[in-house]
Write a protein that binds this ligand. Structure first.
Ligand code: KG4
Ligand code: ZN
Length: 336
């Protein structure tokens, strides 16, 4: 089966084709709008919708051409139905539905965060259910007991900012630009992670929830104190902030693994591309099996949507209407 996947939930237009017989992505295209939103300091939904509209057809054409397949050979189309921005989601859903209708092939709307999780199953060797999952992106910070395909129990989540959101806000405070995550990671390499003792939020609490807004505020006040921060000081703040996030994530994962008795940890989402966070989790959990997607498949992409769709198209769980779900809790999956 060849599944075409379309991702448009935020500011990346991603298109890919997954071949189930070869168990591989046979072609993919990714366009990031990040530079367009940079001058506004964050994603502008209307701009994002218009840019997806501009890019989706050329990227679809390129992806099909590079696969060497004829469009008729596509067996089904998967698209991100949610969660995400309404306008951008509608662009991807409309494109997917139109192609499905024209080809007389099925389509399926997939859950963006489930796709971030499932892309790990394409690794070799893959994780096997049940496992613990940490999803860290621009909109989410979730600890999930993944019991089986489509059966996810959320056992911890952020009470305020998502991890990626905290990275983006701290980057704004340090005037590094958008998106903040990669910029903080780069600057942090030159800084001392012990220069500032930022809080490790919620690690004193007896639960698996997160909260990053206090940490962001601590960074804000510290950087105000040194209002004319030199580049060195900025690097120290970036490194110390990143260390506080990594320690907090590690601490919560250790606790979740202890409480659930699970032995495998699967990580996904844009923040999972952060090498410092990856290293801290790997070094802190040497007795567990840890799975990360390749760096380029951590941030939003079409490959994860094509791959996630292949599970549900195979089960004939198809959708009929042009339905998108901008808010869609992972615990409420319903592909039936
Ligand atoms: O998964 P993703 O591409 O989109 C959402 O589903 O939200 O994640 C984007 C988020 C942004 O907040 C971005 O700043 C963050 O992931 N991010 C990073 C890194 N690369 C992207 N955060 C920390 N370090 C990175 N290297
Ligand atoms: Zn994402």
């Amino acid at each position: 089966m060849k599944v075409l996947g379309i991702e448009t939930s935020c500011d990346e237009t991603g298109v890919a084709i997954f071949d189930t017989e070869k168990n591989m992505i046979v072609s993919e295209q990714l366009y990031s709008q990040a530079s367009k939103h940079a001058e506004y300091g964050g994603v502008v939904p209307e701009l994002a919708s218009r840019d997806h509209l501009k890019k989706i057809i050329p990227l679809l054409r390129l992806t099909v051409a590079e696969s060497g397949l004829d469009i008729d050979e596509i067996d089904g189309i998967a698209y991100t139905a949610g969660p995400g921005l309404r306008g951008p989601l509608l662009v991807g859903a409309s494109a997917a539905k139109s192609i499905a209708l024209a080809l007389g092939k099925p389509s399926v709307g997939v859950h963006h965060m489930e796709a971030h999780l499932l892309i790990n199953l394409l690794e070799s060797p893959p994780p096997s259910f049940p496992f613990l999952t940490l999803l860290i992106s621009g909109g989410h910070c979730l600890l999930i007991h993944a019991k089986a395909l489509g059966r996810y129990e959320i056992i911890g989540q952020t009470l305020d900012d998502a991890v990626g959101e905290a990275f983006d806000k701290v980057a704004k405070i340090l005037e590094l630009g958008y998106p903040g995550g990669p910029k903080i990671e780069l600057l942090a390499r030159e800084g001392n992670p012990e220069a500032f003792n930022f809080p490790r939020p919620m690690t004193d609490k007896d639960n698996l929830d997160f909260s990053f807004s206090g940490l962001k505020t601590a960074v804000f006040y510290e950087s105000k104190k040194i209002s004319k921060a030199s580049d060195n000081q900025k690097a120290d703040i970036a490194a110390s902030f990143q260390a506080a996030v990594a320690d907090t994530l590690l601490w919560k994962c250790q606790k979740a693994l202890r409480l659930t008795g699970l032995t495998e940890l699967v990580i996904g989402g844009g923040v999972a591309s952060n090498k410092n966070i990856r290293e801290k989790l790997i070094n802190g959990l040497t007795d567990k099996k840890i799975f990360f997607p390749p760096i380029e498949r951590c941030t939003d992409n079409g490959a994860m949507i094509a791959y996630a769709g292949s599970f549900y198209l195979g089960k004939n769980k198809l959708d009929n209407g042009l339905e998108i779900k901008p808010r869609w809790p992972l615990s409420e999956l319903d592909y039936g």
